[in-house]
Design a protein around this ligand. Sequence first.
Ligand SMILES: [Zn+2]
Ligand SMILES: [Zn+2]
Length: 146
Amino acid sequence: MIITVVCAEKGCNGNKFKVNTEDDKLILTCTECSTSFNYSLDSLNHIILPKCSKCDNESFKAFNDKGTGKMYIKCTECGNPPESIYVDKDGNQVSYEQLKIMDVESGLFELSEKLDDINEKINNSSMTIEQMYEWMSDLRSTTKKK
Ligand SMILES: [Zn+2]
Ligand SMILES: [Zn+2]
């Protein structure tokens, strides 16, 4: 169930917020009463900037998915998410596309290491064909699980 986040301050029904992130916390500040609320975000790999990615508007509505615990933030003007800066595991700023490419690259690197392994095993004639098949299917199942 997705619920609209409403200001928790007594007597305030504000549902528009300014957004910010600090460490791994999402900070919503009510535009009506200026009260701030913190939400912890797990595995945050991006920093949310306080303006819309499309129209530069600075007030947002927040939606909380009770099932997954995920928070969705949408511009009150155009419905787009706020501008984000993505950060790689070394803390460098990268674009979302770069982050995806790095994911793929690390996957390919793992794969090429496995291929080197296979080549080595094939060149090593002490293995019978049956052993080789067994080992290959083991490898396949461990790769799948990842
Ligand atoms: Zn408020
Ligand atoms: Zn907008």
